[in-house]
Design a protein around this ligand. Structure first.
Ligand code: FE2
Ligand code: FE2
Length: 279
C-alpha cells in the first residue's frame, strides 16, 4: 500500500469519476482495470480483508461513538491535514470537494437537507485519523454474508477473501432473506456506514440514505442486490442516485470560495446538528 496514508483515497475518487464519466465509449467500459497501481491495490486489500467478521467487529467498535467529540468544522479541518500535497491527482482539498458538492446541489435548488448531505457525505473519512487503513475507509461498498455480485469492480480479488470458504455466504441470499431491507444488511465497512451512525439522530431519512449508500455503486449504479431491498429502500434510492451526479461530476475548475460560503453553511449545519458530534 502507498507510503502516504491518504493519497489513495483521493485516487479512488478520481477513478470513480473516470469509471462513471457520462458519454464514455463502450470500448472504454473496462478501462478501470488500467487504473493506478495504488487504486488496484486498494481494491485488492479491500476485497481480500472485508469479511463478515471484520465488518461486524468494526461496527461494534465504532457505533459506540466514543472515539472523539468534534464539530463538523473540526472534522473537516482534520481531514484536510491528511492530504498529500505531492499527489498529482489531487486537485481539490477534501473541504473543497465537500463545498463543491453542496454548492452544485444548491445551484440546482435542491432542498436544504440535500445540500447539507453534500457538505457532510465524506466526513466519515476521519476513520483515517483513528488509524484505519484506506481499504477500511473507502472503496465501493457491497454486502457481506452473501454472494459477491460479478459486477463489483475487481471481482477477482474476492478469491483471496476467507468468506469464500463459508458455504452459507456464497449463496444469493446468504444470511439474509428476500426483501429484508438494506437496514438489516451489513455492507463492507467504510466512511459511509460510519458517518451514517454519527448523524443518525439528526438528519432526515433521505439524507441518511444518501450518506449511508453513496459508495454502494453495485446497487445504485449497477442495479445489483435489489432483492435485498424493501419498498422504502427503493424510494430512498431515488435520492441516492440523484445525489451521485453531484458527488462525481462537480467540476474542479470552479473552486469554491470557502470564506464567502462559510456563513451560509454554518447556518445550515446549526439548523440540523449540535455544536459537537460524537464520533
Ligand atoms: Fe464518499
Ligand atoms: Fe464525495
Amino acid at each position: 500500500m502507498s507510503e502516504t496514508p491518504y493519497s489513495v483515497v483521493e485516487q479512488w475518487e478520481a477513478h470513480l469519476r473516470e469509471r462513471y464519466r457520462p458519454n464514455r465509449q463502450r470500448s472504454e467500459f473496462r478501462n478501470y482495470e488500467q487504473t493506478t497501481p495504488g487504486v488496484r491495490e486498494l481494491y485488492r486489500q479491500n476485497h481480500m480483508r472485508q469479511t463478515r467478521d471484520f465488518v461486524l467487529a468494526k461496527k461494534a467498535e465504532y457505533t459506540r461513538l466514543n472515539k472523539a467529540k468534534m464539530s463538523v468544522w473540526e472534522a473537516m479541518a482534520a481531514l484536510d491535514t491528511l492530504v498529500d500535497d505531492s499527489d498529482p491527482d489531487t486537485d481539490l482539498s477534501q473541504t473543497e470537494h465537500n463545498f463543491q458538492t453542496a454548492e452544485a446541489a444548491r445551484r440546482d435548488g435542491r432542498p436544504r437537507w440535500f445540500i447539507l448531505a453534500g457538505l457532510l457525505h465524506d466526513l466519515g473519512k476521519v476513520l483515517c485519523l483513528f488509524g484505519e487503513p484506506q481499504w477500511a475507509v473507502v472503496g465501493d461498498t457491497f454486502p457481506v454474508g452473501c454472494a459477491w455480485s460479478e459486477k463489483i469492480v475487481f471481482h477477482e480479488f474476492f478469491a483471496e477473501n476467507p468468506d469464500r470458504n463459508v458455504p452459507q455466504y456464497q449463496t444469493k441470499l446468504g444470511v439474509y432473506s428476500e426483501g429484508c431491507g438494506l437496514d438489516r444488511v451489513d455492507l463492507s465497512w467504510g466512511h459511509d456506514e460510519y458517518l451514517y451512525h454519527v448523524l443518525k439522530p439528526y438528519l432526515p431519512e433521505e439524507a441518511l440514505a444518501i450518506i449511508r449508500y453513496h459508495s454502494f455503486y453495485p446497487c445504485h449504479r449497477e442495479g445489483e442486490y435489489t432483492y435485498l431491498m424493501n419498498d422504502r429502500d427503493r424510494e430512498l434510492f431515488y435520492w441516492v442516485r440523484e445525489f451521485n451526479q453531484y458527488d462525481l461530476y462537480s467540476k474542479s475548475d470552479d473552486r469554491p470560495d470557502l470564506t464567502s460560503l462559510r456563513p451560509f453553511y454554518e447556518d445550515l449545519v446549526k439548523e440540523y446538528l449540535p455544536a459537537k458530534l460524537d464520533w
